[in-house]
Design a protein around this ligand. Structure first.
Ligand code: ADP
Ligand code: MG
Length: 229
């Protein structure tokens, strides 16, 4: 599903590498926590997978494609297979919950009748049934993140990338979001989640890949994170 070979990313000439000779394989159906302190390279790794950034050296294959060889005009089509969720939700403030999710289907030309049946169905699965007409400012943080997850999942991507999805949420709400991502993974979607939330990682015990100064320093099945665990 994802395979990195000796991937190095240097943003500016002379700067320390954000990623330094990373080699990593993630199989279909896995749920992987990407952990490490701030600045360790987690977001960089996700943006290379998404082809928002390009590698300085090394190769990345995602969903069978060599991402570094993907021409620019193919990138949007490539990204259709990948859902993304971020710490700051990235909702459209002047659009309803329904429209925030529907837009992901509209941009790829899905017919209206499908949008009208699929959006309520997905909102139901993320626990937002009946809240279609709310505006983002009428939602709690956890509900906003559920909208973002619904939008990420509406086109049934094979891969979900989540960058600190619980970073703006309190521990209880975070756990709910974590359960939802876990459920999405159980339904067959590969999930890669960058986080420095020790509690979440230690509660779920998925595979843990730890970065430090751009290097993979640990890759552990059923891993933990943080002192004393
Ligand atoms: P994390 O997500 O683990 O906090 P990042 O991948 O954001 O880490 O950052 C890794 C390193 O790369 C940091 O030193 C950061 O300052 C640097 N970096 C990240 N994005 C950019 C960018 N767009 N331009 C220059 N440097 C960047
Ligand atoms: Mg980051």
């Amino acid at each position: 599903m994802i395979s990195l070979e000796n991937v190095t990313k240097i943003y500016q000439r002379g700067a320390a590498p954000a990623l330094d000779s990373c080699t990593l394989n993630i199989g279909a159906g896995e749920f992987v926590f990407l952990v490490g302190s701030s600045g360790s390279g987690k977001s960089t790794l996700l943006s290379l997978i998404l082809r928002e950034e390009r590698v300085t050296s090394g190769t990345i294959h995602v969903l069978g494609k060599d991402v570094s060889k993907l021409s620019r005009w193919r990138v949007p089509h490539f990204r259709r297979n990948i859902g993304t969720v971020f710490q700051d939700f990235k909702l459209l403030e002047n659009k309803s919950v329904f429209d925030n999710v529907a837009i992901a289907m509209q941009v790829i030309g899905k017919p209206r009748h499908l949008i009208l049946t699929e959006v309520p169905r997905v909102l139901e699965t993320v626990g937002l049934g009946g809240k279609e007409r709310r505006m983002p400012h009428e939602l709690s943080g956890g509900e906003m993140q559920r909208v973002a997850i619904a939008r990420a999942m509406i086109n049934r991507p094979k891969l979900l990338l989540a960058d600190e999805p619980t970073g703006n949420l309190d521990p209880r709400t975070s756990l709910g979001i974590m359960r939802l991502l876990d459920q999405i993974n159980r339904n067959g979607t590969t999930v890669v989640m960058a986080t420095h939330d020790h509690e979440i990682v230690n509660q779920v015990r998925n595979r843990v890949v730890e970065l430090e100064e751009g290097k993979v320093i640990r890759d552990q099945e059923h891993g933990s994170y943080g002192a004393g665990r």
